[in-house]
Design a binder for this molecule. Structure first.
Ligand code: UD1
Length: 413
């Protein structure tokens, strides 16, 4: 039996994919501040494994090396989820934690949650209650299942509480704590602003747009991908677009032969850079070559002046590019929130969002992959009519969400 006064909780904190890392960073810090209370075991599933998808975030955010690395790698949804479960179960049996904490909505989140509850280990979900109500998104399925399984549901915004209540989750399990991603953003804003990434890319403040694109619905489907690319071509006539591309997107650019089609149409040309070779000189210099699985010859034969295709960036560099941009186009979840906090206009290249607060109170607009709509909204921003964030959105987005979570779980044992 536990002695209340000497109780030290053993918590397994799980992360696996890029959007998890900025969420665990403040949790690790908040728990480490109460070292006498918590023993944390950090488990990295290895869902993301490239240095630029994983290691760079640990370094940028000062997250300690994982205690356990499962090394599952890529695969179909079932394959990846199953593999994580099999490996994670062994960790649980060995460590017998008091609590498993998962964050976000990726396959690692789902797999770890399932393994924990099957062994009757209490489960906490950070970023609970978000719903896009689009079950074609794998993340939506992950969210719904993890929330139904969780004992402690930490929500980022009031709409998430409403969603959970509608689904019959008992109120005593739900804790409105704010957004851990904002904790990280506020902590690293100043450090990130000091980086010289704009100089390196020969960009000027507020004179470029930033793009991320990796959702299967946009990049696994050639027709949808082309619809977005047509809009980008048009927008890039007025403003350079900086595009750090996810590995999934790069693969599909190659698979659909978009170098010769889509990207040629958007006039990609010699402005395409590889992050690893970016130097403090004019990126229009034709001597610069694209690298990786992008064919430099095809790129250079195209006509565009305004698409900068980069390797995936680390947290700090990406934050800097986001802060200094004129606007952001994205199909990511977290970036919708980050742009709202930073008061940067955001066009979300999706039909739905699990973060409606960023539309209601923030800078976000849903444009889907509708070519005309993307162009129309981008032009509005370029003409000075970008959306501004309201003040109320930030009430609990104050950099203290992780502390609130730790205050709740410290009383568990
Ligand atoms: C996953 C998440 C998604 C999140 C995204 C952020 C799920 C269901 N999806 O999608 O919610 O927005 O991460 O990046 O969990 N790959 C590499 N190197 C890596 C990782 C992946 O090359 O380090 C390639 C592999 O070919 C892999 C593909 O990217 O098959 C997709 O990776 P996967 O983790 O399956 O899904 P994401 O699209 O990254």
């Amino acid at each position: 039996m536990r002695n209340f006064f000497f109780c030290k909780m053993k918590i397994i904190l799980v992360a696996g994919a890029r959007p998890n890392f900025m969420k665990i960073a403040p949790l690790v810090r908040a728990m480490k501040r109460r070292n006498s209370k918590f023993k944390i075991i950090l488990v990295h599933t290895g869902q993301h494994y490239d240095d630029r998808m994983s290691k760079i975030f640990f370094k940028d955010l000062g997250i300690p090396e994982p205690d356990v690395y499962l090394g599952v790698g890529s695969g179909t949804h079932s394959h990846q989820t199953g593999k994580i479960m099999m490996k994670f179960e062994k960790v649980l049996l060995k460590e017998k934690p008091d609590l498993v904490m998962v964050v976000g909505d990726v396959n690692s989140t789902l797999a770890a949650a399932l393994s924990a509850v099957k062994l009757h280990i209490p489960l906490a979900h950070v970023e609970a209650g978000l719903r896009s109500y689009d079950r074609r998104m794998p993340e939506e399925i992950n969210r719904v299942v993890v929330d139904v399984l969780s004992d402690y549901l930490f929500t980022p915004s009031p709409d998430a509480n409403e969603n959970l209540k509608k689904e019959g989750i008992p109120e005593e399990k739900i804790f409105l704590v704010g957004d851990v991603m904002v904790d990280t953003l506020l902590q690293f804003k100043v450090k990130s602003l000091k980086l010289r990434v704009l100089t390196r890319l020969n960009l000027r403040k507020k004179e470029y747009a930033l793009l991320t694109l990796h959702r299967p619905s946009n990049v696994d489907n050639q027709e949808n991908f082309l619809k977005v690319l047509r809009a980008l071509k048009e927008i890039s006539r007025r403003i350079p677009i900086v595009f750090p591309a996810h590995p999934r997107t790069r693969k599909n650019i190659k698979k659909f032969k978009l170098m010769g089609r889509g990207f040629t149409q958007i006039r990609a040309d010699k402005n395409i850079l590889s992050h690893s070779e970016v130097k403090p000189k004019n990126p229009r210099d034709p001597s610069l070559r694209a690298q990786g699985d992008i064919n430099p010859v095809n790129l250079r034969s195209s006509a565009s002046k305004n698409i900068y295709l980069l390797e995936p960036l680390g947290y700090l560099e990406f934050l800097k590019l986001m802060m200094e941009s004129k606007f952001v186009m994205t199909d990511s979840g977290g970036i919708q929130e980050e742009t709202t906090v930073l008061n940067i206009p955001c066009l979300t290249l999706r039909d739905t969002t699990e973060r409606p607060i960023t539309i209601k109170e923030g800078t976000n607009i849903l444009v889907g992959n509708d070519t005309k709509k993307i162009i129309k909204e981008a032009k509005k921003i370029l003409d000075g009519q970008g959306k501004k964030a309201g003040k109320s959105v930030s009430r609990l987005w104050d950099g203290k969400a992780a502390d609130r979570i730790v205050s709740v779980i410290k009383d568990i044992c």
